[in-house]
Structures are given as C-alpha cells and as structure tokens.
Design a protein around this ligand. Sequence first.
Ligand code: ATP
Ligand code: MG
Length: 792
Amino acid sequence: MEPEADIKTTAKGFFCMLCNVNLPNQSSLEQHVLGRKHQTLRTVRSTRKKEEEHSVFVSGLKPDTTQLDLVEYFRQFGAVTDVIMDKDKGVFAIVHFGEEAGVEAVLSCPEHRLKGLKLRVKPREKKEFKLILKNKDNDQNLQRAFERLKPDLCQTASVDAQMQHVMERFQLGDNEKKARGLLVQLLQEVFIEFFPDSQVLPFGSSVNTFGVHSCDLDLFLDLDNTKIFQAHAKPEQTGEGTSDDGRSEDSILSDIDLSSASPTEVLELVAVILRRCVPSVHKVNVVAGARLPVVKFHHRELNLHGDITINNRLAVRNTRFLQLCSGVEVRLRPLVFAIRYWAKQKQLAGNPSGAGSLLNNYALTLLVIFYLQNRQPAVLPTVEQLKAMACEEEECVIEGWNCTFPSQPIAVPTSTNTQNLCSLLAGFFTFYAQFDFAGSVISLREGRVLPVADFLGQSKEEEEEEAMEEEQPAKAHQSGLKLGPFNLLDPFELSHNVAGNLTERSRRSFQRECQEGEKYCRSLQYQRKSTKGKTWGLVRLFCPQGNVPQSKSEAGDLSISIPFKLSALPEELRLRLHTAGDAFRQLWFQRVCFAVEGVFQRVLRCGSAPSATTAEDSAVEMESASTSLNTSTASDLTDSWGEPSPPGAASAGGKRRLSSDSDDASPHGKKPRLGRGAKTASPHWVWTQSHKVWAGRRKVRRELIKDRDARPEGSCVEVESQVTAHILDKEEALKDPVEFKVESQMVGGTESTKALLKFKPNRDNEGLFQDFFHFLEVFLPKMVETLLQTEG
Ligand code: ATP
Ligand code: MG
C-alpha cells in the first residue's frame, strides 16, 4: 500500500490511519511519512502481508501429526520454509512456502491426505493490520483505570495516604507472586531436563518490589553450571547413547556446544523447549536484535508475558540492589509507584516490548534513587557507601564490575531525613525540572552528577592509563559510555547509559512534565484535600497528558530549540569540544549558529534583509567579546570558524569570538547583528523568502533522488539545496515576500544546553509564515544536525 492510501484529509489537516496520528499541515505530513515510525509500520505490514501470501492454513490434522510430517507432505508443492502448529489443540497448522507459487500449487490440488485423513487447506485469512489499534486500546484501558482510581484518591485524607493507596492498588498481590513462583518452578523443572544443572532466576519487577499487576516476568537462565557439565561430559561421549550420569544423549544439549554457541543459537533452543514442553505457553519468539537477545513468550492461563535471557547476571544483581533500597528506605516504594504512574500517564515511560525512546521503569527507579541520594540529609546512601558497608562475604564482581553491597537492609543505617512523601514527591519534580541534562552524567555510584565534559573524546587507552595512575580500576570502565541527551550511568555496569535510548525530544518531554509537576506541587490543590469534593493532590498530577496545545505557533510561541546532542556530532568536533574545556558550550553554540545561517542562506536560499541594529553596535560588541576570550579557546574558534564562505553566499563577515565567562555566546556568523546594549553578543538575522520553499518539497526530492539511495528529509545538504533551487526555478514567486527575524541565544547552565531561536514575522501579508514556521520546526533542527555532521 502506498503511503497516500493511509492518509485521510480531515478538517484539521491530515490523519495517518496507519500510525493513528493527526498531522496539522502538509509539511508535517511529509515529515511524518518519511519518519521512522511510519516507515517501520509499513515494513511490518508488508512483511505480514508477504507472510500471509506465502502460507496456507491447514486443518483436520491427526493429533499425532508432527511438523516434520507436514514438511514432508507439502514439499512436493514447493520449498517449505516454516510450519507453525497449534500445539495445545493439535488441530491446525500454518505452512509457509518460500515462493508464492507453492501456495498456488497447494490450493490448485483438489484433495490433500495425510495419515489417512483428509486435510482441509485454505488460503490465509487477510487480517487487517492491527498494531495501532492495540495501542489505542491500551490508552483507553489506562484512562478507564484512572477514572476508577480518581474517586478513591479524592476521598483519601492526605497526599501521603494517596501515595500509599496507589501502591496498594497496583502492587503485585500475594497470589500473583505465588503464581509467578510456580511458573518459575515449572520452567526450572523443564529446563533442567535439557540443560543439566541450569538455574532459572527471576529478576526485574516481579521480584524487585516495584512490580504492578500484569508486569512481565523476567527470567535469567543461568547456564554456567551446564557449561561445566557439558565440558566434563564431552570426553565421555563415545556415541554409546548415554553419558556418565545416565541422562539421554538424545537431549537437546547434544545438539549444541554451549561454550561456542551464540546467544541466539542457545535462545533458539530455549524457544523450541518452551514451544514443545511447557503447557499453556504460546507466542514464543526469539528477539535476537535486542541489546540482550531474549526469548519472549506468553502464558495463557496466567495471562503473563515472560522474557528469558541467558546473559543477564548483572540484571539479577541490580534487582537485588533495588530490593535492598526498598528494604532500607520505606518511603522508596510509594514514591516509585507514584512516579511510575505519573510517568505512564504523561507518556514518559513504558516502552512497548522494551524498544523505543522513552524511559523504562528501571531507569525511572534509578532516577528516584539518585534524587533521594541527593536530599539534605540524604535519604539513601550512594552505591559506593553501600559497598563500604558490605562485609567480605558479600563482595561481588560480575563481568569485571564491582557489585558489592550488603545483602541485608539492617547493615545500612537509617536516614535522618524526615521529609514526608508529599514533600519528597514535590522535591523530585523540582530536582529534575532544573536539572542540567546536557552537561551531566548521573552517577548513583557516586551519588552526584559527573560533568559530561569528563566523558568527551577520551580514548579508551587514555582512560585506562589515567585509571592505572589513579589506582581506580572502576574508572577504566567509563570508556564506551554512549552519551546522549539523557545520561544515566548504571550503578554497576559503568559503561552503560541506562537512558541511552532517549531522544532529545523524550528528554525534553520529561523535563517539561517535571516543570509542570513542580508548578502544580506548589499549589494548594496539591497539598490540601478539597472540602468541596474537587480533584486534588495526586489526581491532578496524574491527569493524562493531552491538554497541551497542538502546536507551539498556535500557542504564540515561535521558537525552535536546537539541543546539544553530543551523539550527533562528528568525532572531530567532539574532540574540539573536549579541548575547549569549560568553553565547549560556546564553541558548540557558535557552530550551531553557523549551521543555522547555512540552512537559511544556502539550503533555503533566503535573502538577508537590512537589520534594525547598526553594524557599529555589532563591531563594538564583537570587539569587547574578543578581548575577554581566553587564548587557547580563541585559537580554537578561529580555526573552526575560519572556513571560507561557500560560493553564492549572500554576504561574508569577519570572524567573531566568544566571551568565555558567560553562558550566552555569539557565533561568528557571516552577518551577525547584535542587540543594542546586550551584555553578551546574541546574533540575530533578518531573512526574506520570496518562494514557498516549504511546499511540495517531498515530491521534488523524490524526483531528484529517484536513482540514488533514498534519504530522509534534511539528511543531505546537497539534495535539500537542489530541492530549493528547483522550487525557486519552477514555482511562481510570491507577490509579497515573507520577511522574518531570527534571534539566537544559548540557554545553558542550570538548564540543559540548547540554542534557542526565536522567530518573529516582520512582513507576512499573505499569512504564510505560520506554514513556513511549522516546516522549520521539523526541518531546521534536522538540517542543522546534518550540517554539523558534514561540515563539522
Ligand atoms: P516492568 O517490567 O514492570 O516495566 P522491570 O523493572 O521489570 O519493570 P524491565 O524492562 O522488564 O523492567 O527490565 C527487567 C530488569 O532488567 C530491570 O528490573 C533491570 O534489572 C534490568 N534492566 C532493564 N533495563 C535495563 C537497562 N537499560 N540497563 C540495565 N539493566 C536493565
Ligand atoms: Mg520486567
């Protein structure tokens, strides 16, 4: 199906039926259609469709029919690639063929017989693609659950009591825990048959004290002892049929050498065992592409989703750590339950099936613990302090990471902090509302933030050398940390950013919601029960996200921010930022402004209009800025910003230097104009545009890149410049060009570092600026990123 078939025109713009989203205008539609979500769903849909077209539905099987029987029978029609059987009932199967011709051949055969029974063979039913509907159902369920929760919360006496109520309402009940325990036992019994001496260990929310009804069951299949068993058994295997302990060699273990098999190969075997031997287990899938490969399954009777991993000893240990924290501090659980619920309602956490750009529950819990470590006085100790409280027998190192902490809460002194839950929850929002995410790496190990600059551009060798000198072996592990908009260091695996999957957008949403939460928690509605039966306390805090205005421009905010995104910068620039030391933000900001200018001038071919601010002001400002620059940074900046103007650029300007002692910095642009009387140089530009360069770009781009690799919008400077040139060439000019002003400013320090661009239409007689701005909201940050990448 072509993308257009998924798009419906509505009174408010467009609606994508595949992704279930509203799109306000043409440019956001174009962006959406090329975006990852839409493209992924299209791929999934076409894969499913292909699967349907390549397979047949077979029923009327004898109960003892095996997959092999079916393969044997159906291969006469074409290569059979897979057979999926309904294991529980044993009455139907789906047979996949490598080619569609196989399906045609089967269906054209008038009669099929197997083991004396007549088989019924039908084409597969064409099912509508339902992925999105499921999400919608989830949202609705969430909403319904919230509606049911509201009256109870409103009647509760205090915020503290509300938080206790939320916890009691959602936590795993004793029976649920028992049922999970029984399933673990059953799995243990099954797996030990195939993997002698193996152990099935539950971890994650089923056992870490933060589990809610229906949370998944995370299991670690520990095969270390099986490997030892296998190593010992090997010499005995002489083809006699049994090994020394009498276990049958017909076991699955004889098919695989655990010491050399890949995790996926082992998990494929685990999947086979689950499918064949565990009653009520279905929907078994191996997900090999995940950070940790996993087998997913569903238990029908318990309605439980489960995950089995084989390389996850650290997760078992960090689960123990969470259990310990709960045992040490009784306020932790209600706090975590409330914050998880809040995050779920605001769509900040809870990635479906582990993928996505939101925080997961583990990361969210770590954020709560970190916040508690940073209270005055501290509510929880740091991981380093916990390590010091452990005794010798509790020492634990996993994969080279020190995971030592006491096994019992009693070993940890009680905190002297007496804040109640209500104030701790409010404090959580305040803490992260002002948090400098761009400049910080959150370390629970040390209970403080580490400057991001410490992690910039340092090579592994350098770090190891440093660590050796400082006799701090743990620090050597910091190399390889994937820095991003949100840097949350795992407490044990110190090279792992637990929030490394977050995008700048999800980071921003998290912080914005914390700011909203902070504001609300200051109000009386939060702290005092309403005497008039109105919603108060947690109820308002838990209101689902959705009351925010659809577009910033509709809300009168014509600003676009370009966040500091280390991961998107080229290696050379990272190194420069590292050598710039504290001035790295200014240097980065300069680069961004240069790129912004490049987008308007070269990519979108805007003309520059005379500004209201005089050139004299600008010169004076630059002069004063340059005198306060520290020498090493100055040479750095001159180097980086000294490239010649590209041919055809509207104007060329002198080099501009930074003030090193301020967070607000000015780039050396080609035609920067500086606000009169401003303390630091904040460049602004006035641009004109005489064509609708934002309209119809997708079509032009498609035509231009027909024969090349398909590139998404904004990923290639050359292509985008050509698209603009084409529009300028072929489309009629506007009667009255649009003129607009762009002011740049770096926002940093206590907030995350970003370049803030404020837009103001000076002339917009045809009412086109709104559309242009919508387009820029998406296009400009992407294009700036590309320019930073390609032109460093
Ligand atoms: P829930 O399943 O209710 O969302 P959970 O804590 O079980 O919560 P999962 O995503 O299922 O979260 O992860 C299971 C466990 O795996 C976590 O509790 C944690 O021990 C570990 N884990 C999850 N994500 C990470 C991560 N990014 N880094 C390190 N360990 C992780
Ligand atoms: Mg889980």
